[in-house]
Design a protein around this ligand. Structure first.
Ligand SMILES: [Zn+2]
Length: 335
């Protein structure tokens, strides 16, 4: 499935980058991807080829429960599984929560120790629930009692909030800053667990608030996933203070891609995300991003690299995942 139709460049490669030509990295060693969505082995194999090409070894995935055993059998030692609810065909709201409770136990039996709460404004509206809702609080308590650690997606890109945007307060949505109050209540309530905030905790566009949150909650960590969003957030801000932020909080940031395995994506698509992340964190690249982004302010988005120091990259790529997700979450050292 290579899109060469009518000379239009594909969404994943607007600028003609050769993604097969993996740039040389300033640091050696394996890279752990803390945030992916894989599924059936046949489709996941294509994604793994791309991960192999870019030196990604261990991968944390939010695969459906039904695919866990098959993925483990097909790719031994490659994946760790993050507990998620069943999103499709769940019937009523009551059924959704009842099935979620069952899955918490089932994922736990299969070795999962991290549970994901997707409470971005869109999902809050879809399920009529927030992190504060009694049904969700029951799920959190159940997971806590089993020994789970927590992962959360509570924020979305800042551009999606506002009177002209997707999330209007007139439609009952919270404002961008208000969205995080429920997260802080959860961090307050369960300080003895690791809390992984997806997509830089949803707050790369507000690093002062993110820094305060990281300072106040020592078990709160974040992942660098969501390629287009991260590219935009970096390009739109002054580079020096942002780079200083990554250096200051280098022990709390884990590498993640947010790659989603789906039949509509091909090998080149998977490669494109790892290529862009590499440019973003490792280099001082300054030019157009090859990935199409409908949320970019005008036309093709810019990609500005932060060129993080090697010791920061090593922590982000591997050491933080080994320490936080391996030792603390899984309770055992990870290779
Ligand atoms: Zn994700």
């Amino acid at each position: 499935m290579t899109d060469t139709s009518a000379g239009n460049p594909p969404a994943y490669n607007q600028t003609g980058v050769n993604y097969h030509d993996v740039p040389k990295r300033p640091v050696s060693g394996a890279i752990i991807d803390a945030h992916t969505h894989t599924q059936k082995p046949k489709l996941t194999a294509e994604f793994l080829r791309a991960a192999d090409a870019y030196g990604i070894t261990r991968i944390f995935t939010m695969a459906p429960l039904e695919d866990v055993d098959a993925l483990r059998a097909a790719f031994p030692g490659r994946f760790e599984f993050i507990a998620i609810p069943r999103w499709q065909d769940v019937g009523s709201r009551e059924d959704f929560f009842r099935i979620w409770h069952q899955r918490i136990d089932a994922f736990y039996e299969k070795g999962s120790r991290l549970i994901k709460f997707h409470m971005a404004p869109g999902s809050q509206k879809r399920f009529g629930a927030t992190l504060d809702s009694p049904e969700v609080q029951d799920v959190i308590r159940h997971a806590y009692q089993l020994g789970y650690h927590f992962m959360s997606h509570v924020g979305d890109p800042k551009a999606w909030f506002g009177p002209e945007a997707k999330y209007k307060t007139a439609d009952g949505h919270k404002s961008f800053p208000e969205q995080f109050a429920m997260l802080e209540r959860m961090l307050e309530k369960y300080p003895d667990r690791v809390h992984l905030g997806a997509h830089m905790g949803g707050s790369l566009e507000d690093i002062d608030a993110l820094a305060r949150r990281l300072d106040r909650y020592p078990n709160y960590i974040v992942d660098s996933s969501a390629t287009k969003w991260m590219v935009r957030a970096v390009a739109e801000q002054p580079r020096a203070p942002l780079r200083d932020f990554f250096i200051a909080y280098a022990d709390r940031i884990l590498f993640g891609s947010d790659l989603v395995v789906n039949e509509k994506f091909n090998y080149e698509h998977y490669l494109s995300r790892y290529w862009v992340h590499q440019k973003l964190w490792e280099t001082d690249f300054s030019g157009l991003s090859p990935i199409e982004d409908p949320d970019a302010p005008a036309g093709q988005p810019r990609l500005i690299g932060l060129k993080l120091p090697p010791d920061v990259l090593e922590r982000m790529y591997r050491l933080n995942a080994l320490r936080w997700l391996g030792v603390k979450v899984l309770g055992q050292p990870m290779e």
